[in-house]
Design a protein around this ligand. Sequence first.
Ligand SMILES: [Zn+2]
Ligand SMILES: [Zn+2]
Length: 182
Amino acid sequence: MSITLVPIGKVDPAEIRMLKDPLEGAFSRAVVIGEEIPLPAAARNAARNQYDAETALEFLSLSVETAGDGRVLGVTNADLYFPGMNFVFGMAGRRCALISLHRLRPPFYSLPEDAAVFRHRAVVEAVHELGHTFGLAHCKDPWCVMRFSNTIAETDRKGPAFCTVCRPRVFAGEGGQRRPAG
Ligand SMILES: [Zn+2]
Ligand SMILES: [Zn+2]
């Protein structure tokens, strides 16, 4: 079983590659980089200048063939939202998840570029959303990657690692029986 990273719309290949080693470490599975797929026009909300995360996730799961019970992480620069929320950093379904890099870059918050901060955030969000596809729910441990984050400060507070309760569940929860989660 492997994890496939899929760029959705234009994404710098280096920003996909930087996720490979940390994800292999977090999930102990091979991570491969798939072909870019377009941003789905049906997910675009012109008035909000954002993409509906659930529609984009559905498009991703229909677009990518996975062998066996492989997992897929879509990575996009588009800003994602979920009805009732201003934005989401990502979303997860049963085997597919996606993250947006849009709000992870320091310049979004009027701060200078910082490659290390950006990479940390992207890895945290990638591990978090893929964690959901392995059946993990949100965790109360403040340092655990599965803690819910609704602001960039909350993302920055947690590390990219699973706590001692969540980590074994990554390997127990391969069935992935969850509805979409943020
Ligand atoms: Zn945890
Ligand atoms: Zn979550």
